[in-house]
Every structure is written in structure tokens, then in C-alpha cells.
Design a protein around this ligand. Structure first.
Ligand code: 5GP
Ligand code: MG
Length: 458
């Protein structure tokens, strides 16, 4: 998973890209980078860590120009090396290409092999580099034809921001797995994964780039192209459930209200006899609000999150059980003592953090703990960019709900139904990819890909 941003037509393009990345930090904490172009020189700065670790006034100042692209990358278990930090930039004899990619291509292995046989030399292990080679190799001269030719060869999920010489390009694959929206600020155009990035810089939200749509922006001239044959749409439903920020509009619709509706639907499907409703913060907050509103059970805060600890805290020398979970969340004992608690969680992936949190609630004196999950059991890995574990690690793929309940240490465990989840969504059910819940992948997954994907995950 990643966050991307592009800016063109503003003298402080890289600063705006930086602010956009700050707003998109939740989409990737592993690394970040910005490329800028001033009409003559292309420059980049990239590093491991949070946007605020990688960038400061001093490194932003030289990133001059009216055009910039930025990227934040999500930590995955494999290949977290600095040569894989995006945007990926190449200078070639006719100019330059920079790319920021969110998603996962499923035919990289085939494309890469074909390119290498024709003499291409790859610098990284990133999917995105394949796109650069396809563009650089194209015999076409018109940028629109060149881009269409390259994109038509790609399979899988991609929302892209590209800088090809003096043109800023934004693109979404024909299925529209990942979001990408367009905004305007002070005469400049801005592309961003989520609208919260536009809000931060006070850019006006224009609209979502449509699935299969490519936008070309040069100076003040903007053109839209749809090079693909009509396709089924497959927006990632997990963006609404967990991934995107609640203050964003993605796929054209608000995330906050969607999460609240998921909670309402959960209350309709699974009423519980409890004294209080509480979320697992922060991701469960909005579904918990919906659950409380619909059920009439009062909403309380039973866990407080410490927002100041990053990933780099020092472990105590003597082992403290659940330290990593406890440093992030602490229970309010006076809220929980003797209470029957309905805990709302957005999703259960491995079940291990939930288990620790439930232990914390028990230690704080909760009498009964009933967990309500605002999506169905996650049973299949994602090949389109969400960093879900392999089937083996997804607890619901090989354990019954009863076994999961027992493992986490709950009095009861209920999941929202697939139909209920779809009902709460702001788009029609045939607009979504729900593969992680039902194993129905909207595109063919080449065997080669799923194998390499699994290896990468180990
Ligand atoms: P588990 O109990 O399965 O170990 O963890 C569940 C928690 O992980 C939930 O609170 C949920 O918000 C969070 N979560 C869901 N999907 C993801 C993801 O893709 N990445 C990360 N880091 N956390 C996730
Ligand atoms: Mg969570």
C-alpha cells in the first residue's frame, strides 16, 4: 500500500507535494520521496522513515520547480531497501521519467523478462520500474500514445502519478482498485490518493479520476483519455473499511459516514446485551459510533491511544508481556470495571493484536467482552496492493469463528455479513473488489505472480 501525490503549475510544487504526503502518511510509513522539475533540472530526495523524518526545510529548498511528484511507501516484510524507495526516477537520452505507484501489478515477471531479453537493465525490484521501461522503450513520439501503449500492457492494480518531461500524468487501472483524485489550487493542478491531501493545502476537490482514465497535464492544459476497453470495476472495499482516512472522500464518497454505516449495520445484524460500546482506537472509532447510535447502548472510551510513540521505541530490558501493544493503548479501569463491554473493531487480520488488547481489557476488570467486527472474516490474500498476509497467516482462512473467539479470549465474536457490508457501502456492490472476503478475484492471477508474491511475504 502506498500514497501518491502530483503537483503542476505552482512555484512551490515540492512543498505542496510534501504537505500532501504528510496528509497521506497513514498510507505508508516505511519510506517517502519527492521528485521536482523546474523546466530544466529534475531533482529528487528520498529516504527511509516518516515524511517528517525524511524532509525538512533544508532538503526541500533545492527541490525547485513548478512540478513535483511524491510517494509514501507502506512497510512490507520483504524488499524494504533504499533502492526501492519511490518515486522511481530515470534520466534517459531524450528526457526523464519519474513514477509514483500505488497498487500491485500482477504481470511484472512476464513484462520484466520480455524487457530484459530486449536489453533493459533493471535497478530495483519494484513493479513500477517496468512501467518506466515500457515508456522509455516506446517507439511512439506523442506522449498520449506512448502512455496508452505502456498502460495497455499492464495487468493488476495501479494508481499512478508520472512526470514525463514537462507533462504530469495521472492514471487509474481499468478496474479502479486504488483511489486517485484531482484538485485545483491557486491555478495549479494536484493529484492525490485521497482528498484529505487536498484539504490540507486548501485545494479544491474536482473529482475522482475514473477507473481506466488517464489525465495529462501540461502547464494549464488538461486532457483526459480513456485508452482501455470497458471493464468491470473493482474498487478496493478495504479502503473504506480500514485503510483510508475518515476525513477523505475516496472513489468519490466519504469514508467517515461509510464506517459509521458499517457500525449501524453491525448493530442490526448482531444485537448484544452489554452496558457499554467501545472502539479499539483509532480504526474502530467510527463503526463503534454507528453501533452505539443504532443500538442505543452508550458509547464509552475504554482504551486510550498514545500518539507519540512511533515504531522506534526502546524495549525494556526485562520482558514485559504485551509491551508493544500496551505502549500504544492503555485501558481506563474505571470505565471497564465490572462492565459487559461490546468492543467494536474494524477488522481482524492475524488476531494477535486483538488477543493482547482483550487481555488488557480483562486485566482492567471488564466482566464480559463481546467483539463486533465491522467486516466479514478475511480469508484470502490481496494481490492488488493491501499488505495482507498469506492465507496461512490470515486467522479466519483456516480457523472457525469459534476457534478465533477462543484464541482472542472473548465471550462472543461476531462479524458483519458480506451482504451487510455491501449494503453499508456508498457504491453499488458490483463496483467493488471483495476478494479478501470471498476469494473471488476480479482479474486472473498468474501462477507465477501468486508464487513470487508469497515468497516475498515470507
Ligand atoms: P489483529 O488482531 O488481526 O492482529 O490486528 C487487527 C488490527 O489490525 C485492527 O485493529 C485493524 O485496524 C488493523 N489492521 C487491519 N488491516 C491492517 C493492515 O493492512 N495493516 C496494519 N498495520 N494493520 C491493519
Ligand atoms: Mg485497528
Amino acid at each position: 500500500m502506498c500514497g501518491i501525490v502530483g503537483v503542476i503549475g505552482h512555484k512551490d510544487a515540492s512543498k505542496l507535494a510534501y504537505l500532501g504526503l504528510c496528509a497521506l502518511q497513514h498510507r505508508g510509513e516505511e519510506s517517502s520521496g519527492i521528485v521536482s522539475y523546474d523546466g530544466k533540472n529534475i531533482r529528487s530526495h528520498k529516504g527511509m522513515g516518516l515524511v517528517s523524518d525524511v524532509f525538512n526545510e533544508k532538503v526541500l529548498r533545492p527541490l525547485r520547480g513548478y512540478m513535483a511528484a511524491g510517494h509514501v511507501r507502506y512497510s512490507t516484510t520483504g524488499s524494504s531497501v533504499s533502492k526501492n524507495i519511490q518515486p522511481f526516477l530515470v534520466n534517459h537520452k531524450r528526457g526523464h521519467i519519474a513514477i509514483a505507484h500505488n497498487g500491485n501489478l500482477t504481470n511484472t515477471a512476464e513484462l520484466r523478462q520480455a524487457l530484459e531479453e530486449k536489453g533493459s537493465i533493471f535497478q530495483s525490484t519494484m513493479d513500477s520500474e517496468v512501467i518506466v521501461h515500457l515508456l522509455a522503450k516506446s517507439g511512439k513520439t506523442d506522449i498520449k500514445e506512448k502512455a496508452a501503449e505502456a498502460f495497455l500492457q499492464l495487468k493488476g492494480a495501479y494508481s499512478l502519478v508520472l512526470m514525463v518531461d514537462d507533462v504530469l500524468i495521472g492514471a487509474r487501472d481499468p478496474y479502479g482498485f486504488r483511489p486517485l483524485c484531482l484538485g485545483k489550487f491557486d491555478g495549479a493542478y494536484v493529484l492525490a490518493s485521497e482528498s484529505c491531501a487536498l484539504d490540507l493545502i486548501r485545494a479544491e476537490y474536482i473529482r475522482e479520476i475514473e477507473p481506466g482514465e488517464v489525465v495529462f497535464i501540461k502547464k494549464n492544459n488538461i486532457e483526459f483519455l480513456k485508452p482501455f476497453a470497458q471493464s468491470k470495476h473493482a474498487a478496493c472495499i478495504f479502503e473504506y473499511i480500514y485503510f483510508s482516512r475518515p476525513d477523505s472522500n475516496i472513489f468519490g464518497q466519504n469514508v467517515y459516514f461509510t464506517r459509521k454505516r458499517l457500525g449501524c449495520q453491525l448493530a442490526v445484524e448482531h444485537p448484544v446485551d452489554c452496558d457499554i460500546v467501545m472502539p479499539v482506537p483509532d480504526s474502530g472509532n467510527y463503526a463503534a459510533m454507528g453501533y452505539s447510535e443504532k443500538s442505543g447502548i452508550p458509547l464509552e472510551t475504554g482504551l486510550i491511544r498514545n500518539h507519540y510513540v512511533g515504531r522506534t521505541f526502546i524495549q525494556p530490558s526485562q520482558e514485559i508481556r504485551d509491551f508493544r501493544v500496551r505502549i500504544k493503548l492503555n485501558a481506563i479501569k474505571d470505565v471497564l470495571k465490572g462492565k459487559r463491554v461490546a468492543v467494536v473493531e474494524d477488522s481482524i487480520v492475524r488476531g494477535t493484536t486483538s488477543r493482547s488488547r482483550v487481555r488488557t481489557l480483562r486485566e482492567a476488570g471488564a466482566k464480559e467482552i463481546h467483539m463486533l467486527v465491522s467486516c466479514p472474516p478475511l480469508i484470502s490474500p490481496c494481490y492488488y496492493g493491501i499488505d495482507f498476509p498469506t492465507k496461512k497467516e490470515l486467522i479466519a482462512s483456516n480457523h472457525s469463528i469459534e476457534r478465533i473467539r477462543d484464541f482472542i479470549g472473548l465471550d462472543s465474536l461476531r462479524y458483519l455479513s458480506l451482504e451487510g457490508m455491501l449494503k453499508a457501502m456508498p457504491l453499488a456492490s458490483n463496483e467493488f473488489c471483495t476478494a479478501c472476503f470471498n476469494g473471488k478475484y476480479p482479474t486472473a492471477i498468474p501462477k507465477k505472480f501468486s508464487k513470487s508474491h508469497l515468497e516475498r511475504r515470507r
